[in-house]
Ligand binder design. Structure first.
Ligand code: GLU
Length: 441
């Protein structure tokens, strides 16, 4: 049984960098017939909001991900309390009273001595009397996990064998002075409680994994497998960041991008599976093996996104477009098949459809006026089909000697008001004779 989780912090709208683990977990779950848990890491009450959490659900659904289960860490404090009590009883979680300033001074001193700025565990030496005195001064403890300080090894699903030496790390603070939990412990408690089998997340978490494996073991929980993927960066090589206002998934949606284009770019950039049109996320899930995820950087290319978005529209069958067209007050398979090749965004169809239904503002150069009047006179009678355009322009060619651009561009400018656009052979049939006559002088 495969159970994965994606665990965003609801402190704002998600961006492409957040969508990457959301999707990679989804692909893994689908490929293995597993369960997908959406876990809101909302223990930071100052920064997490329900509005952000709701937004994340909307963004996931838009991308095509439907979690099997949703849990909110803010509703699971009792589990964390029980786990921290056990760690305290086992002597793995110990109270510390240093203030931020004291810790800063300790780090500065270590740096001066050329030592790594690792917490010196002074609090482990406190006696009961020391603690009573400190608390009488009004100090409240924060709680640190006493690391084993050893090479923790695991076989990463993506990066291969890894070693994190917890001897080179400070004992992590798991509980703040006000009793609230930092990310590290609740994550492990939930992974145990929800029987998570695979933790798939960004490679910025590799050293956390060393710490967390020690906590899994201290709690007697089954240690899941881990996979750490390369992080997505923007075109300039900078990481995406909510704080720095990276473009959100919701922004892309509002700009009219196809969810599949965003999903492909967020997940397949920096992998050896090609960036191309896929019909469903399952198709990607079936093809993406984690060995295809590169160990190097994954740099997002906005031009590639635009091109992929266009390609997705150019191959979108009418069945996939019909309800979206009707929401825009449009219909007709022939119209769709003719116009889709000219789309960059779906809503471009509104302007393009006007080439068929009108109104069109014909553009007629003075020197072409006579030529176009003749074209009007030679316009064949209906019924029209795909050969009509050829008959008409052949007749015009013989009558005027015009050819190439001189023949076709004035017709296009008059019939569509633009110098590029859909194929005229098909457009002519859809526009019909009456409307064509109206557009010619
Ligand atoms: N909330 C954490 C994050 O967004 C989750 C990390 C994890 O998957 O354990 O980085």
């Amino acid at each position: 049984m495969t159970i994965v989780r994606w665990a965003p912090s609801p402190t704002g709208r998600i961006h492409l960098g957040n969508a990457r683990p959301a999707l990679l977990n989804w692909f893994f779950a689908r490929r293995h017939g597993g369960t997908y848990v959406l876990r809101m890491d909302d223990t930071d009450l100052g920064r997490s909001t329900r509005e952000s959490a709701d937004g994340i659900e909307v963004d996931l659904a838009w991308l095509g991900i439907t979690p099997d289960l949703l849990v909110r860490q803010s509703e699971r404090t009792a589990l964390y309390d029980a786990a921290s009590d056990r760690l305290k009883a086992a002597g793995r979680l110990y109270p510390c009273y240093e203030t931020e300033e004291e810790l800063d001074r300790k780090r500065a001193r270590a740096r001066l001595l050329g030592k790594p700025p690792i917490y010196d565990r002074a609090a482990l030496a406190l006696t009961d009397a020391d603690r009573t005195r400190l608390e009488a001064e009004g100090r409240k403890p924060h709680w640190r996990f006493r690391l084993d300080g050893r090479p923790v090894q695991f076989n990463d699903l993506i990066k291969g064998p890894q070693t994190v030496n917890t001897a080179s790390m400070s004992d992590p603070v798991l509980v703040r002075e006000d009793g609230s939990y930092l990310y590290t412990l609740p994550s492990v408690v939930d992974d145990i409680d929800l029987a998570i089998t695979h933790v798939i997340r960004g490679e910025d978490h590799v050293s956390n994994t060393g710490t967390q494996i020690e906590i899994f073991e201290a709690l007697g929980g089954a240690v899941p497998e881990f996979g750490h993927h390369n992080l997505l960066t923007d075109a300039a090589g900078q990481g995406f960041s909510k704080r720095l206002g990276s473009q959100s998934i919701a922004d892309f949606r509002e700009e009219g991008y196809e969810p599949m284009a965003i999903a492909v770019m967020a997940s397949l950039t920096g992998t050896s599976l090609p960036i191309e049109t896929y019909e469903t996320l399952d198709e990607i899930a079936n093809r993406l093996d984690f060995s295809m995820i590169s160990h190097g950087a994954a740099r997002f290319d906005p031009i590639e996104l635009d091109n992929l978005n266009a390609r997705l529209l150019h191959t979108l069958p009418y069945a996939g477009a019909a309800s979206r067209l009707s929401a825009l007050g449009l219909e007709g398979e022939a119209m769709w098949l003719l116009l889709r090749d000219n789309l960059r965004k779906f809503d471009d169809i509104v302007d393009l459809a006007r080439l068929v239904t009108g109104p069109v503002e014909p553009v007629i150069a003075d020197e072409d006026r006579d030529f176009l009047a003749l074209a009007k006179a030679l316009l064949p009678p209906e019924p029209w089909d795909l050969t009509t355009w050829g008959h008409w322009t052949d007749a015009l060619k013989s009558a005027t000697g015009r050819k190439g651009k001189a023949l076709f561009l004035p017709l296009r400018m008059a019939l569509t008001g633009r110098h590029d656009g859909p194929e005229l052979k098909s457009l002519l049939v859809l526009v019909g004779r009456t409307a064509c006559l109206d557009r010619l002088p």
